[in-house]
Write a protein that binds this ligand. Structure first.
Ligand code: SF4
Length: 326
């Protein structure tokens, strides 16, 4: 656990069943350890169970999405054939408005659910194979907050996707705080400089392209929204082992010249071990951070890349068994 105050932690929604709450149709839960035991120490987790919140109770009949005449969506209970689509749509509209007003910084969804699944949820149609889409609550959230970092619980079991989800959540939270407190040309410039290495790792040229969007000193809403949209797309996929290793090497060589030389050999060894899947990204960044600690200069892009979220959270999610996937 960490000791950050609640007010400063990013606020992330989660399907309630992932936290171990017994809200599933069968009266059970599908507790996900990393959400319930790890992330909850650093993030303010907001539990949401759309099916309980529309009053279905647990246990309850399972429900499915059906597509009828003219594309009309129905959310039908399997045994009694009751349709909850209208009540779910109204609930989702109001609940998403509430969440928008609560500085929501991300959402962790339970996969395969007709309410919470993000992708691959079957939508049945008479006489045809099912289409695939999102659950109805997830669909409303995704359409109203298209730049919000979202993930399904299964993705969090892959170390690189978990790491990148946290990069997205903390970057989004920092960006939103900036926009809430009044974005200026100067504060946008500072933010933009700070995310250079994070955005550029594995995607050369993307940072320069991103920065060409808003006009300096003139920040029309549309340009700010477009900046946010492109930023979050660029951060969606993890940079990959080569992209991270190259960026770490470049940073290590620049720090060597500024006073970090005593720690250079150790850093290069760690980065090369990471490149060949012999250690984790967290360990490689930690070694380069030791060089950084010997350099007094203000280096916002380097600091954001090396520590995109709290170092103790990085430590908590570091899992040696999964180095292969990093
Ligand atoms: S998947 Fe969503 S609707 Fe289903 S039990 Fe979990 S939180 Fe509730």
């Amino acid at each position: 656990m960490n000791d950050r105050g609640e007010a400063t932690k990013p606020r992330v929604g989660s399907s309630s069943c992932l936290l171990g709450n017994e809200v599933r149709y069968d009266g059970g839960h599908c507790r996900e350890e990393v959400v319930a035991d790890v992330l909850s120490g650093w993030l303010t987790i907001i539990p949401v169970c759309p099916e309980m919140e529309i009053g279905l109770g647990a246990p309850r009949e399972p429900i499915d999405i059906h597509v009828g005449e003219g594309g009309r969506i129905a959310l039908l209970s399997k045994e009694t054939n009751r349709d909850f689509a209208v009540v779910m749509a109204e609930y989702a509209r109001l609940r998403v408005s509430e969440l928008e007003g609560e500085r929501l910084g991300g959402f962790i969804f339970r996969s395969d659910s007709p309410s919470c699944g993000v992708k691959g949820v079957p939508r049945y149609r008479d006489g045809a194979s099912p289409e695939e889409g999102s659950g109805l609550f997830a669909a409303e959230l995704l359409s109203r907050m298209p730049t919000l970092p979202v993930v399904e619980e299964g993705d969090l079991r892959r170390s690189d996707d978990l790491y990148q989800f946290l990069v997205r959540v903390y970057t989004y939270d920092r960006w939103k705080m900036l926009t809430y407190t009044g974005l200026t040309g100067a504060s946008l410039k500072r933010f933009h400089l700070s995310i250079r290495d994070l955005v550029e790792a594995g995607k050369t040229g993307s940072w320069v392209e991103l920065g060409s969007l808003p006009e300096p000193g003139d920040l029309p809403d549309a340009a700010v929204k477009e900046y946010e949209r492109r930023l979050m797309i660029l951060l969606e996929k993890p940079p990959g082992r080569e992209g991270n290793a190259e960026t770490l090497c470049r940073i290590a060589f620049s720090l060597e010249k500024k006073g970090g030389a005593p720690f250079m050999a150790e850093a290069v060894t760690a980065v090369e071990a990471y490149r060949s899947a012999g250690t984790s990204l967290v360990r490689a960044k930690e070694a380069v951070r030791r060089m950084r600690s010997a350099v007094p200069d203000d280096l916002p892009a380097v600091d954001t890349f090396l520590t995109p979220f709290p170092a103790d959270l990085a430590e908590a999610i570091d899992r040696p068994a999964s180095y292969e996937s990093r």
